[in-house]
Ligand binder design. Structure first.
Ligand SMILES: C[S@@+](CC[C@H](N)C(=O)[O-])C[C@H]1O[C@@H](n2cnc3c(N)ncnc32)[C@H](O)[C@@H]1O
Length: 216
């Protein structure tokens, strides 16, 4: 369990445990880091991803884990989700590490990007990310945008969802020197779990994880 996966699973676990065979849609699910364990827990997962290579790796991984019959891989753009899958009938929709790369979103955390650039001595880059409306460091930035907690929550609310939880993912994990982080990985995961939902720690994490529900 890495600091990232520990916090994300802690947020998801209350929704999936004690529930059988949920229909899960994993948008931008990639190679199945979440889909395969969910299928192993008995749920049925459709992964929609733009990358054929990622889906090929997902298919191999699902076969190796013996859950190929519970995973459907669909190649396509998340923008066309309604044509590619059936989002309305899904019990749970995952969308991890995708919003920051798509054309028109609407989770990489802006505060963390500014902090990490500043701490590595690149104050000019940090200042650029601070000033840019999308939180980008400049034209060469590979990400299209960075969110803060308020901005990401506003996006989900504007889609008619009720935001129930916001967690910071990797509060310290990416700031600590490797030699320090490696001394006691379990203590680091424990810290991450404890800090994930507490501002201001939540707000400086590398990523934000939002859990939202469609009102009945
Ligand atoms: C950083 S990976 C995240 C994978 C996985 N969700 C996770 O959290 O481990 C982003 C994934 O989004 C996919 N992706 C990027 N743009 C996409 C789009 N427009 N529609 C669907 N998938 C997309 C990429 O192919 C990649 O597999």
């Amino acid at each position: 369990m890495t600091p990232r996966t520990a916090v994300v699973w802690a947020a998801l676990r209350p929704e999936i445990e004690h529930r059988e065979s949920l229909l899960v849609l994993d948008v931008g699910g990639g190679t199945g880091g979440f889909a395969v364990p969910l299928a192993e827990a008995g749920h049925r997962v459709t992964v929609v991803d733009a990358s054929p290579d990622a889906l090929a790796a997902l298919t191999r991984r699902a076969a190796d884990a013996g859950v190929a019959d519970r995973i459907i891989a669909v190649q396509g753009d998340g923008d066309r989700l309604a044509e590619l899958a059936a989002p309305a009938s899904a019990d749970l929709i995952l969308c991890h590490s995708l919003l920051e790369v798509v054309d028109d979103p609407a989770e990489v955390n802006r505060a963390a990007a500014v902090l990490s650039r500043a701490m590595s001595g690149h104050l000019d880059v940090a200042a650029a990310a601070l000033a840019d409306p999308d939180g980008r460091t400049g034209p060469a930035d590979k990400l299209r945008r960075r969110f803060d907690a308020d901005g990401a929550a506003a996006l989900l609310r504007s889609a008619g969802l009720t935001v129930e939880a916001i967690h910071g993912v990797r509060v310290l994990a990416d700031l600590l020197p490797g030699a320090v982080a490696d001394v006691d990985p379990e203590a680091l995961v424990a810290f991450e779990l404890a800090a994930a939902d507490r501002p201001p720690f939540r707000d400086i994490a590398t990523q934000l994880h939002l859990y939202a529900r469609k009102p009945w």
